[in-house]
Design a protein. Structure first.
Length: 278
């Protein structure tokens, strides 16, 4: 198999760091971004020209375009673009500050959209490629206390559901990755936490806050295995439209979809009755 080149946002920690490490060990090339490039200095020292790193804050759209252009120019071709940068925001809707709402959407939604938009001209010019969007089981299923996080994941999945139809004629395929809970930094003090309101303390949102706020490491998902499955999915053709990872992702997504389908079936007569007659 020929050596592939990957563009990955957010490689300083979590799934992005693990993916970069596994790819480099396989002999593949990575153009990676991080808010603090020095955080991956050890990988650069170990792998040399296999790894190209640029500083990037994905809320800065002009910077996204510059970095994506530079990455394609550096390697000549990029086979897989991975939208990984993002974070979770914990808090009931009215607990969140205006600034937290804007930052969550700018990072998880606008940042992901603009990375895709910046990469598409290059992918079209080279005759195709693969886009991998790291979403979450929270892109199809929701829990209390994570309203803006879920909003961001549902939004970016909707964007890619449509975009993958737009770009299929150019041999560009898309996979939306939906991991369940995994033992990464998200659950160990990397999530942003809203100010607390006493009125939510004994509600489901308050229970979720108490679970996440101190950090926890009892999640079922093994992030190294998840990353391996993501990498191996690129060898599949056609590309899987979605990739659920983790027993909790399978269970929760199946439950949510089954419930929505049952509710839809229950509304069939109402839906049909609103058409014009004849």
């Amino acid at each position: 198999m020929s050596v592939r080149t990957w563009f990955i946002t957010g490689i300083s920690s979590g799934l992005g760091r693990l993916m970069t490490e596994q790819l480099l060990e396989r002999g593949e090339r990575v153009a990676g971004t991080a808010r603090k490039p020095e955080s991956v200095a050890d990988l650069q020292a170990r792998h040399g020209e296999q790894l190209w790193v640029a500083s990037l804050d994905v809320t800065n759209t002009p910077a996204i375009r510059n970095v994506v252009n530079a990455a394609f120019a550096h390697f000549g071709r990029i086979d897989v673009v991975v939208n990984n940068a993002g974070y979770g925001l914990v808090g009931a809707a009215e607990e969140l500050t205006d600034e937290q709402i804007v930052q969550q959407l700018n990072t998880n939604v606008i940042g992901s959209i603009q990375v895709v938009r910046a990469a598409l001209p290059h992918l079209r010019a080279q005759g195709g490629g693969r886009i991998m969007q790291i979403s979450s089981m929270g892109g199809q299923w929701a829990m209390p206390g994570l309203s803006l996080y879920h909003a961001s994941k549902w939004a970016v999945e909707g964007f890619l559901e449509s975009t993958m139809l737009d770009i299929a004629p150019f041999n560009i395929e898309v996979t939306i990755v939906e991991p369940g809970s995994a033992r990464t930094e998200f659950a160990a003090n990397s999530a942003a936490i809203s100010p607390a309101m006493d009125v939510y303390a004994e509600t489901p949102a308050g229970a979720v806050r108490r679970l996440i706020e101190p950090g926890y490491r009892t999640q079922p998902g093994d992030p190294a295995k998840m990353v391996r499955a993501m990498i191996e999915s690129v060898d599949l053709s056609p590309a899987p439209k979605r990739l659920a990872l983790g027993s909790d992702a399978y269970r929760n997504i199946k439950s949510a979809l089954s419930q929505r389908l049952a509710e839809l079936e229950g509304q069939r007569e109402i839906a049909v009755s609103t058409d014009f007659l004849g």
